[in-house]
Design a protein. Structure first.
Ligand code: BJW
Ligand code: ZN
Length: 248
């Protein structure tokens, strides 16, 4: 893959690097995306599954959807895209991965410098008192119950809900400092995550997109690579590593 000189030069000198990922990075691990041909929102309405109102109306349906996805995520393996990002964090003094994914695959690939913007499917919390549960309790009831009697919900961020404040603050700060910003496998339609590359671009970052399809962020990116993440990322990371040795 030919990478332009301007990108290589930025990559060879950058101190601050940020990566935003979306469902597309886990597609090659066999997990469905949201939008697009085989995406969840092809057959389901987001408002029936990914809102607090949906859970209030039919907690069992929502819980079972997440239960199924939890099982799929546990069966899945991190792919070369996840693994390359875990390597990338070692190349730069300041690095942050902000993922919109809830599947836990980045952590399993070894990423440490990361935040989860939309929570994590493997944790739960009480819908009534907000008590956090670091895992999914073994309970015969669907959904399981909190010690207060309330229903447990997955610890994810649904439409209309605020993202965890500390997480968003950290991501916003990293975006405004980034010199190089990767947008990988996201349609860039969901806010506020989709604003992070714009914040970075406004502060002078070089923005590079990796996505086999055009996205709503394509237009603002300095470079768009029409590849699958698992195909492109290992070679991009290797090239950046060499460029840093040589210090172009
Ligand atoms: C590949 C590939 C391969 C395929 N390699 N690529 C401003 C304007 C308009 C609306 C809003 C606004 N601000 C807020 C809103 C409302 C709303 C919103 O953004 N709506 C828009 C959709 C219109 N946002 C919110 O409600 C957010 N909350 C909020 O703003 O709160 C404000 C508030 C403040 C104070 C008090 C209270 C509230 C919350 C958003 C939460 C999103 N939640 C979900 C579910 C999470 C849990 C779960 O997983 O079930 O997050 S929805 C879903 O979309 C999920 C994803 O993280 C998110 C983004 O999707 P993503 O990752 O981009 O996936 P896809 O499928 O869209 O794209 C996949 C891409 O991969 C495609 O481009 C493919 O081509 C590509 N691809 N294979 C690389 N191999
Ligand atoms: Zn409770």
């Amino acid at each position: 893959m030919e990478l332009p000189q301007e990108f290589l030069k930025t990559a060879s000198r950058a101190r601050y690097v940020m990566v935003l990922t979306g469902a597309g990075i886990s597609a090659e691990s066999g997990l469905a995306t949201f939008r697009g041909q085989d995406g969840w929102w092809r057959n389901y309405h987001p408002q029936d599954l990914a809102t607090p109102q949906a859970f209030y109306k039919d907690p069992r349906l929502v819980w079972e959807w997440y239960q199924w996805r939890r099982e799929q995520a546990l069966k899945a393996q991190p792919n070369p895209g996840h693994l390359a990002i875990a390597v990338m964090e070692k190349l730069f003094p300041e690095f942050l991965l902000a993922t919109q994914n809830v599947d836990g695959l980045h952590q399993r690939a070894g990423s440490l410098k990361m935040v989860e913007l939309h929570g994590n499917i493997h944790r739960s919390r009480c819908f009534r008192c907000q008590k956090p549960y670091p895992s999914i309790p073994n309970d015969n009831q669907i959904p399981p119950r909190c010690s207060c009697g309330g229903l447990l919900r997955p610890d994810v961020v649904w439409f209309g809900e605020e993202l965890p404040r500390d997480v968003l603050k950290q991501a916003w700060e990293a975006a405004s400092q980034a010199q190089l910003f990767f947008v990988i496998g996201t349609s860039g339609l969901v806010q506020p995550a989709a604003s992070l590359p714009l914040v970075a671009r406004r502060s002078g970052a070089f923005v590079i997109e990796v996505n086999p399809e055009e996205s709503s962020l394509t237009e603002m990116a300095d470079l768009s690579l029409r590849y699958k993440a698992g195909e492109a990322m290992p070679s991009i990371v290797r090239t950046m590593e060499k460029a840093r040795w040589r210090k172009l």
